[in-house]
Design a protein around this ligand. Structure first.
Ligand code: BES
Ligand code: ZN
Ligand code: ZN
Length: 486
């Protein structure tokens, strides 16, 4: 569904026909609507209300043959995230009813929350309206016209900020949803160069350059594929000074077959979203550029396809990473950490960032531990960890910290190289993966790792998402930046 919104000056309700939405308090009281309705309409509505269950937060009536009224109840001082969810519910309701246009009388929102909350409400409506139907011959190109009437001046600044977030989130969802035959590394890298148009500085390192640089851990993962392997950097300079940037690094495995350590057939198709970490980084950078965020930030993504083949990496191969450390690849399916190893060291060395946050659909073990409620959060820095946790709670993209400890290192030490890429003893699969990544932070840069394997994709719809790609992480990191670095 495509939402077309417009803002207009408040006009007399009687002039409107179709669906009209008012906000009420949580008891669905309508005294404040006397101002908008004729006394007979108001009376009529009161009578209709008596027979309704008011606990649903959402009521609708046929006021007259030409006017349908929706009452949206909001609790007192409802938090922004709850207001967004209420908007999302409205989108679902309108979709279900086949309603194609609605007037929202936004002045009434101030019965319980601040009047600017209308932008949060609309944000929720629009986030929920996303669908990925590019490959359906019969596309449902339904549009929903949302007209917001208000006596207040249109607040372009807030409106544009939310729009930028939506563009970022939707771009992430588009990338994650694309199948592996379309969004392979060559195509992905090409698409990213188009982001120059919105003011990002984009640099692409291809396989030949990566080999020369010594990024053998990353290149090794992609060597079984007919597609290239890439490292792409996206820079946003929102500050006038050249202060150190915030760095975001993403795993971009466009398809993960497991390689020679081949995955079972069932659900292998899910591995098309194994590039979600990179897509979050890209969506975040797009959002920062669109809303002209006042930070310096850099996004770095490692793009590869993990395939079996005559030239594929073998279990037992030893590669020398960009850091100089050697890795024995005991399982070619533990490839994400190989890609990130080089991407992380490269980021630290090249950009000398203030901090590094990496995102990856890294381990099945994190889904066992946390399901699809929390991402796994690992960090070498308590303050950074706290900032991410708190931002997550605010936007309902939650992250739970799990431990790192040097005692886990022995599980990853190798007889033949500096380390091995899996833990053969078993247990703590997500922690050992994070512990592996930590070895590639060479200069004590504050670093956090988000394992989003359980969060990036959902077969079920969430409060702000339709089923499919969730875009998890874009709103979280946007909030993290907004609250702590702008
Ligand atoms: N891409 C997978 C992890 C994954 C699993 C993502 C489920 C999304 C949903 C990753 O590359 C992988 O295969 N990890 C292995 C590591 C193991 C071989 C040590 C895993 O988790 O089984
Ligand atoms: Zn894998
Ligand atoms: Zn993977």
């Amino acid at each position: 569904m495509i939402i077309k919104d417009s803002f207009s000056k408040f006009t007399n309700i009687s002039k409107l026909s179709g669906c009209i939405a008012f906000f009420t308090n949580e008891k669905s009281e309508i005294t404040h609507l006397k101002k908008y309705l004729s006394s007979s309409e108001h009376k009529n509505l009161s009578t209709l209300l008596k027979n309704k269950n008011k606990k649903k937060g959402f009521l609708n009536f046929d006021l007259s043959p030409k006017q349908k009224v929706i009452l949206i109840s909001l609790k007192k001082n409802q938090k922004p995230n709850e207001i967004e969810k209420s908007g999302a519910k409205l989108t679902d309701f309108l979709k279900g009813e086949g309603i194609e246009a609605i007037y929202i009388i936004s002045d009434t929102i101030s019965v319980n929350v601040k009047s600017d909350a209308i932008y949060e409400f609309l944000h929720g409506m629009r986030l929920k309206s996303y669908s990925f139907d590019r490959y359906k011959s019969k596309r449902e190109l339904k549009t929903l016209k949302v007209n917001i009437t208000s006596s207040k001046k249109f607040n372009k600044k807030i409106y544009d900020k939310f729009k930028a977030i939506e563009f970022g989130v939707n771009y992430t969802k588009d990338l994650v949803s694309e199948p592996g035959n379309v969004l392979h590394p060559d195509e992905y890298a090409k698409r990213l160069t188009q982001l120059k148009k919105i003011g990002l500085k984009v640099s692409v390192y291809n396989e030949k350059q990566l080999k020369k640089m010594g990024c053998n851990a990353l290149v090794g993962v992609g060597q079984g594929s007919i597609r290239g392997s890439y490292l792409v950097t996206l820079e946003w300079k929102g500050k006038k000074t050249n202060s150190k940037p915030l760095a975001f690094v993403g795993k971009g495995v466009c398809f993960d077959t497991g390689g020679i350590s081949l995955k079972p057939a069932r659900f292998m198709e899910d591995m098309t979203y194994d590039m979600a970490g990179s897509a979050v980084v890209v969506g975040l950078m797009k959002n920062l550029a669109l809303r002209k965020s006042k930070v310096n930030a850099v996004g770095v993504v490692g793009l590869v396809e993990n395939m079996p083949g005559g030239n594929a990496q073998r279990p037992g191969d030893i590669v020398k990473s960009y850091s100089g450390k050697t890795i024995e690849v005991l399982n070619t399916d533990a490839e994400g950490r190989l890609v990130l190893a080089d991407a992380i060291t490269f980021t630290e060395k090249k950009f000398r960032p203030n901090l590094i946050v990496d995102l990856a659909t890294l381990t099945g073990a994190i889904v066992v531990a946390l399901g699809s409620e929390y991402a796994g959060l690992f960090s070498n820095n308590d303050n950074l960890s706290k900032q991410i946790h708190e931002a997550g709670e605010k936007v309902d993209e939650k992250a739970w910290r799990l431990p790192l400890h040097s005692n886990y290192d022995k599980l990853m030490n190798s007889k033949n190289a500096d380390m091995q890429n899996i833990n053969y003893v078993g247990g703590a699969g997500s922690t050992t993966a994070a512990q592996f990544l930590q070895r590639f932070i060479l200069n004590k840069t504050p670093w956090a790792h988000l394992d989003i394997a359980g969060m990036a994709f959902s077969k079920y719809a969430g409060a702000l998402n339709s089923s499919g790609a969730t875009g998890y992480g874009v709103r979280l990191l946007n909030k993290f930046i907004e609250d702590n670095y702008e």
